[in-house]
Design a protein around this ligand. Structure first.
Ligand code: ADP
Ligand code: MG
Length: 247
């Protein structure tokens, strides 16, 4: 099924994909890193962005996050422009949850405080905050660890805390950059399976960057393969969902 990449004007539309990347290019100095990338992610689906080291995966994800602005092209969420060559909606206004390879937890804060951080930013406090924090920690099996500091947790537990922090505010889009690649193989496999179940339960649109084919197949509805700054192919793993398309 083909759906249009752009709605007319800037108004959100129910037929829009959750993410539409249109003709996005970027350079570091004179080095072209993204070359006219076109890609859509249908609402509620998980897209794995797979490709060798250095092909531009993290750069593209940073553009979705608002941490880098494309030199040219545009990015829309639900039909609304969030980035173009001349405009960039700040990360905190994009309603995102993110988790990265290095967890990026605040070392001086407890698990509770780390997970509560996105809620604090959105002005959600008190009992409502506590309930959401506990619900997110229960989802990742860490409800008994609320008072610990990150340094008192294993790598796998720290990544679960990062996952709880990513989902706690029920963002419209989840972004992951190789979140399991610092873990040993057995843990990576089990956490990957748990994440696949969790992400499907949540039904949130997600982009999952990895260089690991098995992870991509275990987690995603669709796999976009990147090579040298361009989308080389898109495969559908789960045919029950709408397919992405190259705009
Ligand atoms: P991937 O995530 O697929 O491994 P990246 O998006 O991190 O790839 O990087 C793509 C290319 O851009 C690589 O050649 C990398 O060296 C280069 N690069 C990434 N970030 C920067 C930067 N801040 N300054 C200069 N070059 C960069
Ligand atoms: Mg990377």
């Amino acid at each position: 099924m083909i759906i249009p990449a752009k709605s007319s004007g800037n108004a959100p539309s129910r037929t829009c994909p959750a993410i539409a990347i249109h003709q996005v290019s970027h350079f570091f100095g004179s080095n072209p890193v993204l070359n006219h990338v076109n890609l859509t992610v249908p609402k509620g689906t998980i897209l794995a962005l797979l490709g060798p080291s250095g092909c531009g995966k993290s750069t593209l994800l940073k553009m979705l996050a608002g941490l880098l602005n494309p030199a040219s092209g545009e990015i829309r969420f639900d039909g609304e422009i969030v980035a173009s060559g001349s405009f960039s909606l700040p990360p905190e206004k994009r309603n995102l949850g993110m988790a990265f390879q290095d967890y990026a937890l605040w070392p001086h804060m407890s698990v509770r405080q780390n997970v509560a951080f996105p809620l604090q930013m959105r002005g959600i406090k008190g009992q409502a905050q506590e309930e959401k924090v506990m619900a997110a920690l229960e989802r990742v099996g860490l409800a008994d660890f609320v008072s610990r500091r990150p340094s008192e947790l294993s790598g796998g537990q720290q990544q679960r805390v990062a996952l709880a922090r990513a989902i706690v505010a029920e963002p419209r889009i989840l972004l992951f950059d190789e979140p399991l690649s610092n873990l040993d193989r057995d843990l990576r496999e089990s956490l990957c399976e748990e994440m696949a179940v969790l992400l499907r339960q949540l039904g949130t649109t997600a982009v999952y960057v990895t260089h690991d084919q098995h992870e991509a197949h275990a987690l995603a509805h669709h796999i976009a393969r990147m090579d040298k700054g361009a989308i080389a192919s898109i495969d559908t793993i789960d045919p029950s969902v709408i397919s992405p398309f190259v705009a």
